[in-house]
Design a protein around this ligand. Structure first.
Ligand code: ZN
Length: 194
């Protein structure tokens, strides 16, 4: 089992991002560019919105992206039948444009999203948010005490103290962390890919 915040989970996410960025550079698929962040958020949402870790549910949520992105929000699968989001703004009021079903970008995106090995990994995603928080914490500590430098005990102590102080000043609770990356709000909204 891997979590979205684990090294493996992060690698998968980085790998997916690379593929999407590459795809968006394809002249026929530039429309995908504005969807990349939403797709990455959606991957995270699939895990955190499935607290029991049901692999089939996580995978169907993930694959529902292929429908959602072409403005189809129902009849996704056996266990995840329809999108969990509410009413969406009318097409003309949307920032991101829907892709056309069976268009080149939709088909190429489908290929990336539905890759068997990737979906197999997605199924194993853990809803654990703990690891994710730890990863965010380490990234903040790293800003105060970059790993490439060696510090004396006092130096390190002072840096970690400054870091802790900053974190408490920021009142960096898990809900805020999730909010910052779109997790909590997206979870409340029911679908990250909107
Ligand atoms: Zn939808």
């Amino acid at each position: 089992m891997w979590t979205i915040g684990s090294t493996f989970g992060t690698l998968q996410k980085v790998d997916l991002k690379k593929k999407l960025v590459k795809l968006a550079k394809d002249k026929q698929c530039t429309a995908i560019g504005e969807w990349i962040q939403s797709i990455l958020n959606h991957l995270y949402w699939c895990a955190v919105s499935t607290p029991d870790g049901n692999g089939e549910m996580i995978a169907e949520k993930w694959l529902s992206l292929n429908n959602h992105i072409v403005n189809i929000h129902t009849k996704h699968g056996r266990v995840f039948e329809k999108c969990a989001h509410g009413r969406l703004p009318a097409a003309q009021n949307r920032k991101k444009k829907w892709l056309k079903a069976d268009s080149v970008p939709a088909l190429k995106l489908n290929k990336v999203v539905s890759q068997k090995a990737f979906v197999r990994d997605v199924k194993k995603m853990s809803p654990s948010q703990q690891t994710y928080g730890v990863e965010v914490y380490h990234s903040i500590v790293n800003q105060f005490a970059p790993k490439m430098y060696a510090y004396s005990y006092t130096g390190m102590y002072c840096r970690l103290y400054a870091c802790a102080k900053t974190m408490s000043m920021r009142n960096l609770s898990m809900s805020q962390i999730h909010s910052a990356v779109g997790g909590k709000n997206q979870q409340e909204r029911g679908c990250c890919a909107v």
